[in-house]
Ligand binder design. Structure first.
Ligand code: ADP
Ligand code: ASP
Ligand code: MG
Length: 451
């Protein structure tokens, strides 16, 4: 079996879906388990609908819901044109999902209160809609396809808007659910992002979570490969929207890919790699608009060479400076500080320390940050520094690359550097600069390392 995940732009409308179905059709002998995202822009629209409902803005919520419904009905109409036998049930399935959502949104509007539970119920509908339409279209094109509700097998715990997958349960359930669905069928289609908590309440895996769904399913099935089909040629040396000269990487290691995703490369959800590593399943990142391209292969480290692979960045992070003279010669100070971050679930990216000072970076405005500051302020002076961005040069055994640090620093001449950090694993060298300096800094480093 293979898992094929198609992102928002790969399922954005009639043309994109038709191309996607051709790609699936070309791999039918591999027993594809297809994981789809919502059509591009739809999840953002659903977040907006949730916000409008919470603000009791009934009129705006209904207008947006009508947009959502019309867009999906139009796509179903176009895709299934000439096949009334499938078009009518497809359109009525779309209407059913939209009707149910509308009732739900009306109730939220009346209350004007949006719980995490209600929010997850609303924002997860994009994947239900896209997978339903694509399932009908695959059948219309002669691929016998079975539609599976991902909530039967993607079980999470913890927060409903950022569920933590229960890998044990998922590994038990996926082979059974998918195995059953293949009976009499050539392909199985399910949704990314949406899941269910242990008590059956709808949850989601966080933004961009469809990649993660695909790798969890791949792990649970012991799949031959996990294919992430997207709108760029593969994993590139930098975000092409920031660096137009970014180049495709042919092969990178699991570790490099995970590091790139954690440090800002949006092409993969940061947790995608972990499940694949556990079963040593190769991941391919491929362009659904150019299916004949070779894409990027992500495999275990042994197969890749020592070199710089990418310049990633995180825009507008938060730098927290923690200063206390109590830190000098005191043991246990660091653990006290990081215990506060850990108890409040705030994840830290970079750390640098001196005798009386610790600087850390984390995402812009993480949840609970006020609590963290309050607790730290009980024994230290805390200064938050905004308007900064983090650039990370990522690759294998960076320590072996002659003159690398000089090249990076040379490209940053004339810019203020607020932090510099190189981990002992030599996979990442990161610097913190002013956000205004970010585009020039990223392009300068990219130029000196890759062009
Ligand atoms: P999908 O909807 O297919 O999941 P995403 O928008 O989530 O697609 O991810 C693909 C996008 O990631 C690309 O269009 C590109 O702009 C961006 N991106 C950021 N960093 C990189 C990188 N290093 N390599 C490739 N794409 C990147
Ligand atoms: N549709 C979800 C999002 O936009 C999940 C995904 O596309 O991966 O975040
Ligand atoms: Mg994505």
């Amino acid at each position: 079996m293979i898992v094929m995940k198609f992102g928002g732009t790969s399922v954005a409308g009639n043309e994109a879906i038709s191309r996607t179905i051709d790609i699936i059709g070309s791999k039918i002998e591999k027993q594809p388990v297809v994981v789809v995202s919502a059509m591009s822009g739809v999840t953002d629209l659903l977040y907006l609908i949730a916000d409008k409902a919470a603000a009791k803005d009934h009129k705006a919520a209904m207008e947006l819901l009508a947009q959502l419904r019309n867009r999906h009905i139009d796509v179903a109409d176009e895709l299934l044109d000439g096949n009334a036998g499938l078009m009518l049930p497809a359109v009525s399935s779309v209407n059913e999902i939209c009707d149910e959502l509308e009732q739900f949104v009306i109730a939220v509007c009346a209350l004007g209160e949006l719980s995490e539970r209600s929010k997850a119920m609303i924002v997860s509908n994009g994947e239900l809609l896209s997978s339903t339409i694509i399932s009908y279209a695959m059948n219309a094109r002669g691929i016998k396809t079975s539609w599976v509700d991902a909530r039967k097998m993607m079980i999470t715990e913890g927060e409903l808007m950022k569920g933590e997958p229960q890998e044990g349960r998922i590994c038990e359930l996926v082979p059974i659910v998918v195995g059953d669905a293949f009976q009499g069928h050539q392909a199985v289609i399910t949704q990314g992002f949406i899941a269910s908590d242990v008590s059956g309440v709808t949850s989601v895996l966080g933004r961009g979570g469809s990649d993660y769904t695909a790798s969890l399913i791949g792990m649970a099935l012991g799949a031959e490969a996990i294919e992430i089909w997207t709108d760029v040629d593969g994993v590139l040396t930098a975000d092409p929207r920031m660096v137009p000269t970014a180049k495709k990487l042919d092969v990178i290691s699991f570790e490099e890919a995970a590091e790139m995703a954690h440090f800002g490369a949006k092409v993969l959800h940061p947790l995608t790699i972990e499940p694949a590593v556990r079963q040593n399943i190769p991941i391919y990142v491929l362009n659904s608009m150019k299916p004949s391209g070779s894409g990027t292969l992500i495999i275990e480290e042994a197969g890749t060479e020592d070199s710089v692979k990418s310049v990633s960045f995180k825009k507008d992070i938060l730098v927290i400076n923690i200063f206390s003279t109590k830190m000098i010669d005191a043991s246990g100070f660091l653990s006290k500080v990081f215990d506060i971050f850990s108890r409040n679930n705030v994840s830290v990216d970079l750390i640098s320390t001196t005798e009386a000072n610790i600087s850390v970076t984390c995402d812009h405005a993480p949840k609970n940050i006020e609590k963290v500051t309050r607790e730290l302020s009980e024994f230290a002076d805390v200064v938050m520094d905004e308007g900064k961005s983090q650039i990370s040069v990522i690759g294998k055994n960076l320590v072996n690359i002659d003159g690398l640090m000089q090249n990076i620093l040379g490209a940053l001449q004339g810019k203020k550097l607020y932090m510099i950090s190189q981990g002992a694993s030599y996979i990442n060298i990161s610097v913190v600069v002013d956000s205004e300096a970010l585009p020039e800094a990223v392009n300068g480093i990219h130029k000196s390392l890759f062009e």
